[in-house]
Ligand binder design. Structure first.
Ligand code: G2I
Length: 444
């Protein structure tokens, strides 16, 4: 009798231990950016610099977390064809072979761009420039034929601001608008397996520049010019925050019949506010079925092109930041993998309270997840010309545009597991009937 009980207990213990191991394994599997993104049918990539691959923390973080790489500078024209016909692929090859050895995809960046362009290119006359452009595309795409999942064929060809015009460059100035189409046709012939992308910045929301790119892509699709994807660089900071219509903008491009990719994501800032913005971007991509993947523009703040703004997911010591936890949570991953903050999570939901002729009171309910939290933050994005005239039960700070408020608790930061609090705000409609958009909730 006693023996049977002991045996049963031991067997039960064994079963429990096995179940625990299986659960732990499952948790581990979704515990990195790459595996969590894969669970959503997406890749999660980073820009990589060949000269850091020898640094063990850099390589370990890269190899653990990411499933796609973009050479940050190594495939650009100045790196690959510094003199006419003198092709050098060594640094880029280092990145490609590192990626291939670990089953990662490679994004090619970039074939035709006005920047990091060796001076010999800009001295050529039109016919010669056309030949040089096509040769450059063909040589690079042939060298890595079948090895690149997406190429940024043309990068940043449109002007900032309200003109919707093409940017002045040797290509634009000497070959005219048609250079973009020609580059895509040459690219398709060189490696038919690669997705061909147009990539740009300040096109992340609906605006004059993204409208111009949209018109080009629509025209390309209508005329059968080969284009498969549009890259949204997504370099954000307080002066240029995640636009309220980010997801809608991705969706309208996807509706043209191209994939969309977030290609160079970084968001200056820190703490829960930065985390909330990252969460918003990831959720927007997941909400658009043709958003096939996200690339952040670097592994660590230490080597970011704007390291002073600490815009990435790992700090200079390779510790995972709150932004990392927010991304992982948005991807449906588990736990604060890589050393982050554990299970703190929250949700933010919007409702409209009182309404009157030219105004209304908005209410946001914050609810803690499965564990208690000690702080939370989210964003509320208004549509101009609406204006917030009062906020209660929270502290708000405004971005440069005056449309996005980042909200933090005043007294109500600590919530038990599953408990809720709310904050409110009064809005002057100023003639607009728009409804505010609430961003991701980030908890600490
Ligand atoms: O500027 C941010 C990105 C905007 N979209 C296109 C991307 O290709 C661009 O990346 C940045 C790289 O992150 C920087 O690393 O492009 C810059 C050049 O436009 C890169 O900076 C350059 C420096 O200007 C050079 O002095 C330096 O030799 O990086 C080179 C390699 O470290």
């Amino acid at each position: 009798m006693y023996l049977t009980r002991v045996l049963r207990a031991a067997t039960a213990g064994l079963v429990a231990a096995t179940a625990l191991a299986a659960a732990a394994h499952t948790a581990e599997a979704a515990d990195t950016l790459g595996s969590a993104a894969a669970g959503q049918g997406r890749y999660f990539g980073t820009a990589v610099a060949a000269n850091h691959l020898g640094e063990s923390d850099y390589a370990a973080t890269l190899d653990r977390e990411f499933t796609s790489v973009t050479p940050e500078n190594e495939m650009k024209w100045d790196a690959t064809e510094p003199t006419r016909g003198g092709f050098t692929f060594t640094s880029a090859d280092q990145i490609v072979s590192h990626a291939q050895g670990r089953g990662m995809d490679v994004r090619g960046h970039t074939l035709v761009w006005h920047s990091q362009l060796p001076s010999w290119v800009s001295t050529l006359a039109a016919a010669d420039l056309r030949a040089a452009m096509n040769d450059h595309i063909t040589q690079l795409m042939t060298h890595w034929k079948g090895e690149i999942h997406s190429w940024d064929v043309v990068n940043e060809a449109f002007q900032d601001g309200s003109s919707g015009a093409r940017r002045s460059s040797p290509f634009q100035d000497k070959l005219g608008d048609g250079f973009i189409e020609e580059a895509f046709r040459t690219a398709r012939a060189a490696d038919p397996a690669a997705e061909l992308c147009y990539n740009d910045y300040n096109t992340d929301g609906v605006n004059a520049k993204s409208d111009a790119v949209y018109a080009m892509v629509k025209d390309f699709k209508a005329r059968g010019v080969p284009i498969d994807c549009v890259g949204f660089q997504s370099h954000f900071n307080s002066a240029s925050p995640v636009p309220a219509d980010y997801q809608a903008n991705l969706q309208r491009f996807a509706d043209l019949g191209v994939d969309v990719q977030i290609t160079e994501l970084d968001i200056e800032g820190s703490g829960t506010a930065q985390a909330a913005s990252y969460g918003t971007v990831v959720k927007a991509c997941l909400a658009v079925s043709r958003c096939t993947g996200i690339t952040v523009w670097g592994v660590t703040d230490k080597y970011s092109w704007r390291s002073g703004g600490t815009p990435l997911l790992f700090d200079a010591d390779y510790a995972a930041k709150p932004a990392y936890d927010a991304v992982l949570a948005a991807l449906g991953g588990t736990g604060g993998g890589g050393g982050g903050g554990g299970g703190a999570a929250c949700t933010a939901t919007y409702s409209t309270d009182a309404q009157w002729n030219d105004g209304y009171n908005g209410k946001v309910t914050i609810t803690a997840g499965d564990s208690a939290i000690s702080g939370w933050t989210t964003t509320v994005t208004l549509t101009a010309p609406q204006q917030v005239t009062a906020v209660w039960n929270a502290t708000a700070t405004w971005d440069g545009s005056g449309n996005v408020m980042t909200v933090e608790p005043s007294w109500n930061g600590s919530l038990a597991a599953g408990a809720s609090t709310s904050f409110g705000f009064t809005v002057a409609k100023n003639g607009s009937g728009a409804v505010p958009a609430v961003g991701t909730c980030a908890a600490s």
